[in-house]
Design a protein around this ligand. Structure first.
Ligand code: SF4
Length: 506
């Protein structure tokens, strides 16, 4: 068993992912999405740009023939080469980790760079330190643990532990990792990872947005979770709560649907900052969520007064609003509005698009013009982003505050409404999941917000080809239509609940 820095990296994000990368059936791996490929490519370009600015000795990248690459790296280290790229550090055995070593055990680490520094090592009056180049602005903990792992393996090779390790981050440049503080933690994670992989102990799956949504094993894990009705598919079951539910033997949707919420609340206290009211509410919602899934039905919540059925407005004209943005450029490039005119039985979609980033203000002004044509119409949206962006754009473009503030009074956040008033048999309360449960389907099944950012970038790179813009408009229109479908359903559902309540209490 060879413990590599990559397996260790994955282990920190998901133990199961590391296991599947070592032993899984590669035929079950999802094809890389366009977004994943783009991230990989950007990261590679970033690495190459940094290397181009340095005087490095680049070893050929040779996956599979690690022993030969490790020998070549060692040769360069002995020669005292200033900076080695693509080096491979390989040591037999696991004596530097607190684990029972098995036959053929080894540690393999591949820092982006090995940089020569003054000091004493088995090579002479120099030592090497590991450096990783990251396409990230933050020195995330898992990056730092990797740097500590490089240092551990490097120490075995050069006979002395490097005093520092560096991360070269996007925009922020060099970050020094506090190796002294991180070594004990890294050592314990690495030992646990080695034990799991060496003994082939398959970690249980736990589906969560992070880290599953970008994982290449997602379809495989999700299919297993679906077929076993795994409770990690229930919204509200976080990994901490899951551990607690396992201890209570509440491992199936049915068991959770029949739980005594008062008893469950006692066990949830620690998870709810010791607040009994919060624990009671979480317990009751978890039970309802399990019931909704078990019986495949929507269940009304005892909603606070603000969310009474009568407050979800139905007007002759309603607007459904969705923004597409490019966060890195701090740019809202598309305001899509679906105007639903109930009297005229007409629905018209208006996209206000900034084809060039500098046209953001024009798209904003066009959007304002449209919504002010219908001053009485409520503006439905999903989540807080649209309201936040309206505030931001109002300030950015000097729009009178009375103008954008009056707009915000007309905003109705349907995500808030859905989560406060009803429990649905879904895996998450995203617009996609809710609208799909209601039978709506996006015309482009692969489209999503992140993909739209990618399309917009591609459009900016190649403005001859409008296909990417067309895809964005189609997706945005479907988002607006999905919001409308959700509102129609929620309105009918809440009115029905209200009528039943009236009937029972009369
Ligand atoms: S899909 Fe989720 S549970 Fe499965 S391996 Fe990936 S991250 Fe882990």
């Amino acid at each position: 068993m060879i413990l590599t820095n990559e397996l260790l990296f994955d282990y920190q994000r998901c133990k199961r992912r590391s296991f599947l990368n070592a032993y899984g059936d590669l035929r079950e791996v999802d094809p890389k999405t366009e977004l994943a490929l783009k991230i990989q490519q950007d990261s590679q370009t970033h690495r190459e740009n940094i290397l181009a600015e340095m005087n490095v000795e680049k070893l050929p990248y040779s996956r599979g023939n690690w022993a030969a690459s490790a020998r070549a790296t060692l040769d360069l280290m002995r020669q005292g080469v200033e900076c080695i790229a693509n080096g491979v550090l390989l040591v037999e055995g696991t004596s530097s980790l607190p684990v029972e070593s098995s036959q053929d055990a080894a540690l393999l680490s591949r820092p982006d760079l090995l940089v020569k520094q003054a000091g004493k090592s088995i090579f002479g009056n120099w030592v090497y330190i590991p450096v990783d180049i990251r396409f990230s602005k933050r020195p995330k903990r898992d990056y730092q643990i990797m740097a500590a792992f490089h240092s551990l393996v490097l120490a075995e090779i050069q006979g002395v532990r490097p005093e520092v390790a560096w991360l070269i981050l996007r925009e922020k440049g060099k970050y020094t990792v506090d190796l002294a503080a991180l070594m004990p933690l890294m050592s314990s994670i690495a030992a646990e990872c080695f034990h799991t992989l060496d003994k082939q102990i398959e970690p249980e799956l736990f589906i969560s947005r992070h880290p599953c949504e970008m994982c290449r094993w997602f379809s495989s894990c999700h299919a297993i979770a679906k077929s076993t009705r795994h409770i990690s598919l229930l919204p509200g079951v976080t990994s901490k709560r899951y551990e607690m539910l396992l201890k209570l033997n509440l491992t199936t949707v049915e068991a959770l649907a029949n739980v005594n919420p008062a008893e469950l609340a006692i066990h949830l206290l620690d998870n709810c900052r010791g607040e009994p009211d919060v624990a009671a509410e979480v317990a009751a919602t978890l039970k309802l969520q399990a019931q909704a899934v078990a019986y495949n039905m929507a269940i009304p919540l005892p909603a606070p007064l603000d969310f009474a059925a009568a407050n979800l407005p139905t007007y002759p004209v309603e607007l459904y609003f969705d923004i597409e943005a490019q966060p890195e450029m701090d740019l809202a490039f598309l305001h899509g509005v679906l105007v639903v005119d109930r009297t005229a039985r007409r629905q018209i979609f208006y996209p206000f698009l900034a084809e060039r980033p500098e046209d953001e203000g024009i798209a904003w002004a066009q959007f304002l013009q449209l919504v002010e044509r219908y001053p009485q119409a409520p503006i439905f949206h999903f989540c807080e982003y649209e309201a936040q962006t309206v505030k931001k754009l109002g300030r950015r473009y000097g729009t009178p505050s009375s103008q954008w503030r009056s707009l915000l009074y007309r905003f109705v956040d349907l995500h808030k409404w859905a989560t406060k008033t009803v429990v649905m048999p879904v895996e998450s309360y995203s617009l996609k999941t809710l609208a799909r449960w209601l039978g709506f389907e996006w015309r482009n099944k692969k489209a999503n917000g992140a993909q739209c950012i990618l399309w917009y970038n591609q459009w900016l790179e190649n403005p001859e080809d409008r296909q990417h813009l067309d895809s964005i408009l189609l997706y945005n229109e479907d988002d607006c239509r999905a919001t409308y479908i959700l509102k129609e359903w929620l309105s009918g559902f809440l009115n029905q609940v209200y009528r039943n309540h009236e009937r029972l209490s009369s």
